[in-house]
Write a protein of this length. Structure first.
Length: 155
């Protein structure tokens, strides 16, 4: 019988060999808060593995083990960068306030890749927006959210 007509996976016997999560080729720069987040994920995943093992949930165990491999690798390569006190130029860890053409102000903090959460104003340092702000000073213009924006504060 052709393999096209066979089930690849039986729901009663889930696959346990999930592919690893991709790891970025960029340096793993993290803020001190980002390192805390990584360590929190590691603790949470160890608890999930214990729980999944206790109830013999192979799917949950496979997912937790895969995520544990990811976060273990991220912890091993984490380079903690403390925010630089000199705010004359935008750097990793800084909070940047920009003013758009219409007068609206938006604030962003440049953080590590795993810390990024645009809804909270946390932008990964490798994102085009962050790259457009890096190295600029108060009064400089940058392309922000498809608008020209002027940097009004660096903190």
């Amino acid at each position: 019988m052709s393999s096209a007509f066979t089930k690849e996976q039986d729901d009663d016997n889930p696959r346990e060999d999930l592919p690893d999560r991709p790891i970025s080729s960029h340096r793993n720069l993290v803020t001190p808060e980002g390192l805390e987040q990584i360590e929190g994920e590691l603790s949470r995943l160890h608890r999930e593995i214990e729980s999944a093992t206790a109830v013999d949930d192979r799917r949950a165990l496979a997912v937790a083990q895969r995520d544990l491999r990811y976060w273990t690798a991220r912890r091993a390569t984490a380079e903690v960068v403390h925010a630089i006190a000199d705010h004359s130029h935008v750097r990793f860890g800084h909070r940047v306030v920009v003013e758009l053409d219409d007068g609206e102000r938006r604030a962003f903090r440049l953080v590590g890749e795993d810390e990024g959460d645009p809804a909270k104003g946390l932008i990964p340092y490798v994102a085009p927006l962050a790259q457009g702000l890096m190295g600029k000073s108060v009064g400089d213009s940058a392309e922000v959210i498809h608008h020209s924006a002027r940097i009004v504060d660096i903190g």
